[in-house]
Design a protein around this ligand. Sequence first.
Ligand code: BGC
Length: 828
Amino acid sequence: MRKKNNMMKKRFVLYALAGFCAFNLSKAQTYPQIVVNNQRFSDWNKDGKLQPYEDTRLSDYERINDLISRLSVDDKIHLLLGTGMVGFEMLKGFEAIDPKGVTIPSYLIPGSAGSTTPIDKWGVPAVIFTDGPAGVRISYKRKGETRTYYATGFPVGALISTTWDTELAKEVGNAIGDEALKYGSDIQLAPALNIIRNPLCGRNFEYFSEDPLIAGKFASAITQGIQKNGVGVSLKHFAANNSENNRMDLDVHLSQRALREIYLRGFEIAVKESNPATIMSSYNKINGTYTSASYDLLTTILRHEWGFKGAVITDWFGGYADVSAISDTSHDGISKDSYDEDIFAKQLHAGNDLLMPGTQVQFETLKKYIETKRLSIEDVNNCLRNVLEMIYKSPRVAGYVPTNNPDLKSHALLSRKAASEGMVLLKNEQGALPLNKGSKIALFGSGSYNIIAGGTGSGNVNKAYVISLPKGLEDNGYVIDKNLNQTYSQFVKEELAKTEELKKKLLAILPTLTQPTIKEKAIQNSAKENDIAIITIGREAGESGDRKIPDDFDLSEKEQNLISEVSKAFHQQNKKVVVIINSGSAIETSSWKDKVDAIVWASLPGQEGGYAITDVLSGAVNPSGKLTQTLPVKYTDVSSSSNFDGVPAEKPTDVSYKEGIYVGYRYFNTFNVIPSYEFGYGLSYTKFDYSEPVLSSAEFNQKLLISLKVKNTGSVEGKEVVQLYLSTPKGNIDKPSKELKGFAKTRVLKPGETQVVFFELQPKDLASFNPLASAWIADAGIYKIEFNSSLTNTKQVSNFTLPNKLIVEKVNNVLNNDLNFQDLKSNR
Ligand code: BGC
């Protein structure tokens, strides 16, 4: 008890110190008594003298250096390791943990992902990490309390990006940051910005796009929003973590060019534009080295080239090859086969400052490595500096006391707004949508009765509710077919009951709901009695497993039959059929899209799903979302379809990104493979015209400014997304046919209204990465700019000249492909 009191007391030291700042003290030698959290500062500093590390008038840098000079080796190692993880208690054992098993700091916020280790003697508190990205992941219940701690379930990253609205993304980030702060989190483990390389990756829903500009811009917007609250982010997973199967032991082989242009570029943009507090290294290896142990990645590129100033943290148990050996609670430690003893020292040396969630094995190994000088104290101190800076900047150290009362009502409205903004209208024949007011609706498909708000795993938010589609429609004056409602609701209830046990598992991936058999007669009757049919196709996905082709990417036979039969019956009655796709990742659409009249890509829309979908269906919100991932005709059309998650198939250890830079639309467009719905695609209930663009100069000189007018030429108000694609002149390396280099979304334009949108091109936008020169090079010649409403829907064209070849940036020749295969070439 005494020990615990002492611990609590010391933990407040930094709160108290931070309080001094607020009082804007002069350099007086005596200090007023400051009351922070009902504790008096003088309780701990009876002599009234501050040591440099305690003195908040000094810079963090000075304080941290002083503290480091006083810390014991044990203290240092503790600070470089988290305190363990709830559910993995057998791995703890740090002195920060009450030996009776009472408290590890992350227990203070149940459901959080972990924390740093507090060192009470030095007044260093634990900072808490909570998961995301779609909201703050904490438990909604706490032992012995009746109140709840729900967080808002926002739309997933894959939907935030389809808004093409970075200001809105900032607003969402700000709301998430506010909830994180108020619930006592210091670092929100978000945003996630890996590239959507292939539709089967189980975590695509968390990610933004197949395009690095979109990934970088949205990660940067979310980061700015979250960090406005004083809470830090963790950009994840750095880098090339594009599949889930055997993710902890997967070696990703790829060329330096693909790495730099596709898989690192989004991180580079976000680091340079938004100054993230932390970055989370990924589980996988790149060209033979764990990313968490890669000096080239974490120090040479991230810190030296990009100027990253924050802390790098591992993904949870990153560096262990086999987490199943760890999660086997029957043995009281970690199987030796699940890690290589050198790895932890290598991680710190590489610049991976904090190992999460922290294990006793790591503590012992690092101690041994320091003692035997296999890990230098300089490496340790460098990491410590970054970790301590992260801690010193945290809300906890600033004295923030969690209020636990975020404004969930206003955040729910924001969640709804963002969700409806990101929904993409893929098809709308003969004005099938918007729905007529008060329509009678036949709701088909299990998915219509179980809107999937987000994915499973660490990205799942414990939200208070998910608005169902029937509720969304009924609350807005539509009438739902009662018989169908009854049949489906009963079926869905029974099916969901079967997954109750599975749901309790940390990383459970839920099966997609099957379909009940609806008799032909019942479908025909419903076609007579209702005005329109809506069918929802839903897809579950989650962390730790990838999707599959049959009954997942492809529709199941029952789903196909349902679409055919409902379309036939409703068309016979001259009535329309609408399909809603409730998936964060691509599914096959081309085999059935001609049968139906309208299709809405609703993605995974968060807790307000039913309302947000209704807003788009009703026309209350004119759809303005556009795809940020290509929907291929068939799976085998995807450039990585034959080498998606690697070899051997069962438990892949190696994957070769042989498609090189030709990921997503860069492949489809350059190789003339026609997709079902292309990148950037999305319809509106109105139409837009673009005026001729105005360029600041016909020749590129340092930068180019462009403006263009967008006019709403239709009959209802709406927003347009203008996409700028650039085609570069031929050089001596392969080039994609075009690449997205800018985008702008208008405000709501009334019919006839015009808005000017602006773009800016920087030298790097013109450049490709040339591995032979280790440089980003822009070739001399004519650059063509397209102003498009989607990848190939070109509204205006312009061009400019770059008179001389430009070496935009010379970089280090690191992280080369260790297997030396040739990337796919277009010879363009
Ligand atoms: C995930 C991370 C997550 C971490 C902490 C890992 O399994 O890959 O995205 O932040 O767990 O929960």
